[in-house]
Ligand binder design. Structure first.
Ligand code: DLZ
Length: 164
């Protein structure tokens, strides 16, 4: 059974990052804005390794764009082999409403596929106004959101395993 927090004050600090060595991860990476998504991928992969994931237990797949991340996650989870899937993408605002449709679709899609399979599916998608904001969050001055996505995946995989 999970270590349960005793009272609300326990939420004041982040929990420790669990050992990831027992888990199998899928990483789905959008090819649009590839320089950014590759940086997110490097961050996520390195973080999984840092916290103990085994190379053989990290399976990475490209998809054309962020819109396809949901389908990628679904295809992985239906194999039954993954404890968590990390979706990495970068959607940059353009002149049309495409941005809004893609962001909404992938956020809803990731949520729905996680619920469908009762597995963590992590939203590692940058949704930015411009390229610089994306660079800043893919290893730049605001860190690497791929790292954060990996840590989230580990924590959620641990929670799921604890409650199984
Ligand atoms: C079409 C499109 C556009 C305009 N912009 C982006 C983007 O900024 N980031 C991204 O990941 N994908 C983009 N795409 C591609 C869509 O995600 C998708 O691949 C296509 O609409 C085909 O379904």
């Amino acid at each position: 059974m999970a270590t349960q927090l005793k009272n609300l004050s326990d939420f004041s600090t982040a929990t420790a990052i669990p050992d990831a060595s027992a888990f199998t991860f899928g990483i789905v990476v959008a090819e649009w804005n590839a320089e950014i998504t590759n940086a997110l991928y490097q961050g996520a992969y390195n973080s999984l390794i840092k916290y103990g994931a085994q190379e053989d237990n990290i399976h990475s797949y490209p998809v054309p764009g962020s819109f396809e991340l949901t389908t990628g996650a679904e295809l992985l989870l239906k194999t039954g082999k993954f404890d968590a899937v990390i979706c990495l993408g970068c959607v940059i605002q353009g002149e049309t409403r495409h941005f809004d449709f893609i962001c909404a679709a992938v956020a809803d899609g990731v949520t729905n596929v996680a619920i469908k399979y009762s597995k963590p599916v992590i939203f590692g998608v940058l949704t930015t106004d411009n390229q610089q904001q994306a660079i800043d969050r893919a290893g730049g001055k605001h860190g690497n959101k791929g790292d954060e996505a990996a840590v989230t995946a580990i924590k959620m995989a641990k929670l799921a395993a604890t409650l199984e």
